[in-house]
Design a protein. Sequence first.
Length: 291
Amino acid sequence: MLGTLLSFCLMAIGARELSGEVSTFQMLFFRSVIGLVAISLLMFATRTTAHVFTRRLRLHGLRNVFHYAGQYGWFVGIGLLPLAEVFALEFTVPLWTAIIAWLFLGEALTKAKLAAIGFGLLGVFIIVKPGYEVVNLASLIVLGAAMCYSISHACTKSLSATEHPFTILFMMCVIQLPIGFVLALPSWQMPVGTQWNWLLLIGVTALSAHFCMTKAMQYADVTSVVIMDFFRLPAIAVVGVFLYNEQFEWSLLLGALLMLLGNVAAMSKLKAGNKIESEITEVRANKTKRK
């Protein structure tokens, strides 16, 4: 998840630097091209090319349609809103993800998760100060992106149970590349100079972010992973202040603190629950041996 945090922050910087110079559709297209080349080379180097095949193509398609829509909304928001506000609005994802994972993946919606999500959302509301200034088109686009991301996260959790991370990443690039190309054609403009550097950064970090997220989901349930993702908010706020002279507000510290408290409480409950479950399993195993 630390790898995910760093990747998303660097990707946001790349998107901000290209905003107004390269269209969002082109950014997403080149992201897929760079990602496809990188993952293909990595699979050849590790002799894991068998992972290009999948028996769950429909779920991959569903995941990537919603992920592409979420990514588009996120990139648009990066160019229109302060970085911290984009990330804060994006962090409504845990609410939608928890509901979707509960409805379709059978994950338990425990009191600890609900409390953590509640603290997190309260922190978001304190940061963005819901009111007239938040209810605008850019904010609604980012909120829509958050809903799309939640569906994508739920699909990733389901896929990670049977699919190798390379398969998920490879299918992401293969499916999203033609979508991005078709949508980018009407406003196509060949990148020049340092724009290629930023596009390369976006392509690489998009791949590393999803690899890290997919691996994290193999070790924890989807809601816990997304809750940990809250740490991106204070990190990107620092980036916004120092790189783009965005206004620093003390409410950010309060909101981030609430998110941290919720996250720590959820992780403590999760670890305690896992410990108890492990002890019960051990007792049962000992009884079986005695019999």
